[in-house]
Design a protein around this ligand. Sequence first.
Ligand code: ATP
Ligand code: MG
Length: 356
Amino acid sequence: MATLELQSVTKRFDDIAAVENVSLRIEDNEFFCIFGPPSCGKTTILRLLLGLVVPDEGRILIDGQDVTYERPHQRDLGMVFQNLALFPHLSAGENIAFPLTERKEARSVIKDRVAEVAAKLHIDHLLHKPPAQLSGGERQRVAIARALVRNPLAYLMDEPLAALDARLRESTRVELKRLQRDLSHTLIYVTHDQEEAMSIADRIAIMRDGAICQVGTPDEIYNRPNSLFVSQIVGSPRINVIQGILSNGQFRAGNLGLELTCNGVAYNGAIALAIRPEDIAITDPGAAGALTAEVYEVEPLGGHTIVDVSLRDDILKVHLPGQPDFAPGQAIGLTLDGDHCYLFSANSGETLRHPV
Ligand SMILES: Nc1ncnc2c1ncn2[C@@H]1O[C@H](COP(=O)(O)OP(=O)(O)OP(=O)(O)O)[C@@H](O)[C@H]1O
Ligand SMILES: [Mg+2]
């Protein structure tokens, strides 16, 4: 059990700042996700915590102790790497046992511990097999088991489920969440899958270009994004964004013939207005207060449907429950409520107002 902390940490490789002035505190027992686009610095944060790279500036603390210059083996953290590598000449069970055999733990202890972890990850029937005879998903679970077997201060995992197919990823992430709760260990989990981050984490740090944009619970990140970037990076389909001008609480997007009243905002100037696909309603064409629009395409997804709607030059995505009956080219009315929209500064992307 441990708290992990980065204080104003910067790490450069040549002229790129892979991590720039990052401060983060991960609480004891927390399931903490680091989420962001490729190359934004996620793996580098884990490598800094592990001691595989040393920061150019700033400090790293584990349980309040400065470990900035301590070597990896002095830190007692369990790691699952992005490109997992199992020992091909060892069986799954021997792979899992490896961290314990290396430390010369008693055989009976090793046997019990491997059996316990393997049972939790549902791989007890595979322990005798070599990695070459395991599926990708099974290998991944063996790699996770090898990290869990050791009982370190905290676990760090770098996209541990990325190689799995979607269905297996969904079931494994639930197992992992339960496992973390059972083990009551701090877990830092890197992913570039927004759904995974949202579904699994206690808190999420959103990264971009080496910096942290926002840290919050999934609810805060989704409902109270501090920037246009954060609002766009979570939610599927993506939030709809409309550029326009806000003046005395009236938003106008001339190219779309759109005019909306937005309460609770004093700003005047160019803004990006954004609305989640589930906050737009489709009505009959010509209904009072509705915009005239047309169905562009329909994406039936079983339990819900995404309707792509064309509004002059723009396409908006609308999320509707069930399987509504729409056809491309159909005339419809579109109802947008200015108070359900997010407003962002067009220049800085900072949030001016959340929905009210
Ligand atoms: N050892 C290194 N030498 C030089 N550049 C590096 C090194 N490690 C990382 N970088 C660079 O630092 C930046 C951040 O890399 P990092 O691996 O942390 O990104 P990431 O968010 O994990 O990306 P991905 O989602 O693709 O795994 C990248 O531009 C990468 O090329
Ligand atoms: Mg990475």
